[in-house]
Design a protein around this ligand. Structure first.
Ligand code: NAI
Length: 766
């Protein structure tokens, strides 16, 4: 080809990156790998292979971990953990060394990643590997700062970490860097398609002299993931499909293991008619064709304002025509290979099964490649608008008004990310808070950084990775007060002597109501004397309370100042009746009640104080912008109260409502009468109907329904720890957040549980 020809066609010539170094590294290992346990590689057992998806070539043979391997890895991690947790500064030095080593070998990592995963070298070189380094650098800083900045937090212990194949090295660093920084040791399993960069990382750990057992890497498929889940770890951190996330949630229910889940998404990409359309088109290249669309936060659901839809789709198609798809090692390539033929077949089947709208596809080479695809004219209920495709397929529909855009954007079971394009700052900042997502990008997309938490809401999972907020997932409260011990109700005989029916009712939606089942029980004092009757709530009462709580959603939009005022008012009204409440506590428990009333009043003051002070942050991320880490209420929280008659109720109610949540409390099972007296305090303190709902009854009858209810966003249980298993297993349905005893209920821990952090990335500065 002559220069003249090139100028005529303006085609890119190939610009291949050499695979020689990566191949030489693989050869130096005889192309076979064991596991990395306690600082050494085990003998390879050659159970499965890792292939280059771009050409099907076998890169290496890998070992499938057996139970013995997993046990050995966990016990090595356990043995190493205590001394690893000792010095933040020592950990900072190692994390820094790992960052430096990643930087030094960055090209080798990038090429190996591209060979193993099929992603374009441009991405592994410019995004995956630099972001992985950044994560280690950033967390070296957190290790250094831990003692000063998080003096009340300590390491969890040993963390089991299971990661997917779409960002093998990056997901590894997201998991390992914070865990190590906070003094934990880890057992990590890479995905079976893409284990090679994790094994190279293991070698780097050895090179920098990381103490043995701090990082252990075991390879294999989901069966190994199951073994890690069942093993003696203190925390499980998982990134992958919502389906497997659910399995892990159920498997760990009631085990006391901490859990974070980063799951799927179907993130909306909203283009308003005043947007800079060319930028929005370019953004889509990063949103859905980056990493072949195999990105959990991919902007895969395009919502375009009706008036500009035709011109926008035209521009988009023309940009799609220009995307270069092919050999991932070619530096000119935009779209590489799909990770595996199985995954490619799934994408193709999903697209083939769709008979709605219009499909536009560019072409792709033979093999494990899938062409960039745009499907327009769908509706929000179309299957492809709802289900994660995890491939280079963009689905689209149009909207008319901003309100409609928000409704469509939120019409999904997921809530990972969202993108908004508009030149109108008022519109962008009006829409961002309304989107149900953990991350919102304004006039940008798919930005990630170690300083800003990453993670979702709803079925996209819980927990954050990155930023200060990510650290709490790898720490626990030190010297936490012990949770209240389970108490059984006093027994007695006979009913009330008072002939007037005084059965305390349930409090639902601001009204006192009789229980659906029509059952009640007598509450006896320590000497067996009948003190009163309380209603026994059932599943239907819970449902009614959830409905009432949802109707009160305006509470989440009130100001912190207003919520503080109401909490102070509650304290004032409670104080006015403290003698009466203290007598009631004495009658029920046999112990003086003054201290408990005082403690409840203090709790109300504490959360009133926090209501307008538990602020978000502004993260300085390395783009021309900032990430606003906004604290939002979780939504509807259901709680089983601990046995203390009043403090047990107030300690869950106050933090929940202080942060703008609505709450359904199931009062102390043994001593429920004070909670029902408290209804009058609520009624006289300007708490809007539905914000606080109070049920009474047997906790075992309601716990599993709370866990399984699809419209409850979080369940807290400080009641008998035996309820945790049912709650957590049920929570897998809508992946709700759970906080169960023996979790400490310190104010900070409660405020954290009562909020979700939403990171809103906005352009800022030059
Ligand atoms: P997956 O969720 O099955 O695999 C992710 C990781 O979990 C892998 O390391 C795997 O070995 C492990 N695993 C599988 N079953 C397990 C079990 N029962 N217990 C413990 N660990 C287990 O994802 P897969 O099959 O690779 O991809 C399927 C779909 O999942 C994709 O099409 C995509 O929709 C979604 N996915 C989402 C990701 C995300 O980042 N949110 C990443 C990868 C996949």
């Amino acid at each position: 080809m002559t220069v003249k020809n090139i100028l005529e066609t303006m085609d890119y010539g190939p610009a291949p990156e050499s695979a020689a170094e990566a191949m030489a590294w693989l050869d130096s290992k005889d192309r076979q790998f064991g596991h990395f346990i306690d600082g050494t590689f085990t003998a390879p057992t050659q159970d499965f292979t890792s292939k280059n998806p771009a050409n099907g070539e076998v890169l290496a043979s890998l070992s499938q971990a057996r139970q013995d391997d997993v046990d050995a890895a966990v016990s090595a991690a356990r043995k190493a953990q205590k001394s690893w947790a000792k010095s933040g500064h020592t950990r900072a030095k190692y994390l820094y060394a790992l960052a430096r080593a990643l930087q030094k070998h960055s090209r080798l990592f990038a090429v190996l990643e591209t060979l193993d995963n099929g992603k374009p070298i441009r991405e592994s070189r410019d995004i995956d590997v630099p972001l992985a380094q950044r994560h280690f650098y950033h967390h070296a800083g957190f290790a250094q700062l831990m003692e000063d900045e998080l003096p009340d937090r300590g390491a969890l212990g040993v963390c089991g970490q299971i990661i997917p194949w779409n960002f093998p090295l990056l997901m590894l660093s997201w998991k390992i860097a914070p865990a190590l920084a906070m003094g934990n040791t880890v057992v990590l399993k890479p995905a079976e398609y893409t284990s090679l960069t994790a094994l190279l990382f293991a070698e780097i750990c050895d090179q920098v002299g990381l103490p043995k057992g701090v990082v252990n890497i075991v390879t294999g498929d989901g069966a190994v993931g199951e073994m890690i889940t069942a093993s003696d770890v203190d925390k499980l951190a998982f990134t992958g499909s919502t389906e497997v996330g659910r399995i892990i949630r159920k498997a760990t229910a009631g085990s006391g293991k901490a859990l974070s889940l980063e799951l799927g998404g179907k993130s909306p990409y909203i283009v308003f008619d005043d947007a800079d359309l060319d930028s929005a088109v370019e953004g889509l290249v990063d949103a859905i064709w980056f990493n072949q669309g195999q990105v959990c936060c991919a902007g895969s659901r395009l919502l375009v304002q009706e008036g500009i839809a035709d011109s926008f789709y035209r521009k988009l198609k023309s940009r799609m025509d220009g995307l270069r798809i092919g050999d991932p090692l070619d530096k000119c390539i935009d779209v590489g290979a799909i990770v595996d033929p199985i995954q490619r077949a799934t994408i193709a089947d999903m697209v083939a099964s769709n008979d709605e709208g219009e499909t536009y596809q560019t072409s792709a080479p033979e093999g494990c490649f899938y062409p960039p695809t745009l499907i327009t004219g769908l509706t929000t209920s179309s299957k492809l608008m709802q289900e994660e495709i995890f491939g280079p397929v963009l689905v689209s529909t149009t909207f008319r008004t901003p309100a409609e855009a928000v409704a469509m954007a939120n019409d999904t079971r997921y809530g990972l990310a969202a993108t908004v394009w508009t030149e109108n700052i008022n519109l962008a900042l009006d829409i961002a808070p309304q989107l149900v997502a953990g991350i919102v990008w304004v006039n940008s997309t798919n930005l990630m950084d170690a300083a800003a938490g990453f993670g979702g809401v709803r079925e996209s999972g819980f927990g954050r990775e990155g930023g200060w907020e990510g650290l709490s997932g790898y720490t626990k409260v030190k010297d936490a007060p012990k949770p209240a011990k389970p108490v059984t109700a006093f027994e007695g005989k006979g009913g009330l002597s008072d002939p007037i029916d005084r059965t305390a009712k349930l409090y639902i939606g601001g009204k006192q109501s009789r229980p659906d089942g029509g059952y009640s029980r007598v509450v006896y004092g320590p000497k067996g004397d009948a003190l009163g009757e309380v209603s026994l709530a059932n599943r239907k009462d819970l449902r009614n309370a959830v409905e009432a709580a949802h109707k009160a959603k305006g509470w989440g939009k009130t100001t912190g100042h207003l919520r503080a005022q109401i909490l102070y008012y509650l304290a004032e009204n409670l104080a006015a009746r403290s003698a009466e409440f203290a007598d009631r506590i004495k009658a029920m428990t046999g112990k003086q009640g003054k201290d408990e009333i005082e403690s409840a009043i203090q709790t109300l003051f504490t959360y009133a104080a926090w209501a307008d002070k538990y602020d978000g942050q502004v993260h300085g991320v390395p783009i021309r912008g900032v990430a606003l880490a906004m604290k939002e209420p979780v939504g509807v929280i259901a709680a089983l109260c601990d046995p203390r008659p009043l403090a047990g109720l107030v300690e869950v109610m106050a933090p929940a409502i202080a942060m703008g949540n609505r709450v359904i409390t199931l009062a102390s099972e043994a001593f429920p009468l004070v909670a029902t007296d408290f209804i009058q305090v609520l009624e006289t303190s300007d708490v809007p109907a539905g914000v606080v709902n109070i049920l009474t009854g047997h906790h075992a009858d309601v716990a599993s329904h709370m866990g399984a209810h699809m419209d409850i966003d979080a369940v807290w249980s400080f009641s008998d720890p035996s309820h945790a298993a049912a709650i957590e297993a049920g929570s897998a349905g809508n992946i709700k957040r759970t906080l169960v005893a023996p979790a400490p209920s310190t104010p900070k821990a409660m405020l954290e549980a009562a909020t979700e952090v939403k990171n809103i990335w906005i352009p800022y500065g030059e």
